[in-house]
Design a binder for this molecule. Structure first.
Ligand code: 5GP
Length: 193
């Protein structure tokens, strides 16, 4: 079992509706020592890729993306979920259905932060149905930039997202893949990697 799987077993909570709650180390309180291990692991897995930028989505992706970025020595851009008065100029947008909040968000990245020269590593906390990732991939494509790979902390392997993204041909590196979980017993079972 790897470091993230061990943390999920110790601190994760299985909720009804196929939701894994990880707010003690990832989604609310953040375990930075754990984030450093995650960042180093993604650096190893994408060692042959020339990354110029990390792209994530607010809010839970930002912390892990920032620590990962220290390993790659590149800036982080995060897609915003609402149009703030500080957003100026032309923007790339995509529609994303939120798994946890069950609503459609328009996600936004200012055009000046992604260019056709960029080689992008997308980082996010969870992969469920793949809507968030497809939105982020769409934004990179709109910019004419290249998706070099995708790093996910927790993939829920029993939902469709992982297969959809791998079938699109992307290198998808999930640090923990949950094959099944049980809200009654609290058990979580991982895929051998
Ligand atoms: P997707 O777009 O792949 O369906 O869902 C991914 C997004 O939904 C992630 O960015 C994450 O914020 C949220 N999410 C999906 N499943 C879970 C879950 O089981 N637990 C938590 N904490 N977040 C989840």
């Amino acid at each position: 079992m790897n470091f993230l799987e061990e943390t999920i077993i110790k601190q994760g909570m299985v909720k009804e509706g196929n939701v894994l709650k990880v707010d003690s180390f990832l989604n609310h309180q953040m375990d930075i020592a754990l984030f450093e291990l995650m960042g180093a692991e993604w650096k190893k897995r994408f060692a042959d890729k020339k990354i110029t930028k990390i792209l994530t989505i607010e809010a839970s992706g930002i912390g892990i993306a920032c620590i990962a970025a220290q390993n790659f020595g590149v800036p982080v851009v995060f897609a915003k979920k609402s149009k703030s008065i500080n957003l100026e100029g032309e923007m790339y947008t995509a529609e994303v259905e939120s798994f946890t909040h069950k609503k459609i968000n328009t996600i936004i990245v200012a055009k000046k932060f992604l260019s056709p020269d960029d080689h992008v590593l997308i980082i996010d906390d969870f992969l469920a149905n793949g809507c968030a990732l497809q939105g982020l991939i769409g934004i990179v494509q709109s910019a004419g930039a290249t998706v070099e790979g995708i790093g996910i902390a927790v993939e829920k392997g029993f939902q469709a997202g992982g297969q959809i993204i791998r079938n699109m041909g992307y290198q998808l590196e999930s640090l923990a893949i949950v094959d099944s979980m049980n809200a009654e017993t609290g058990e979580v079972f991982f895929r051998e990697q």
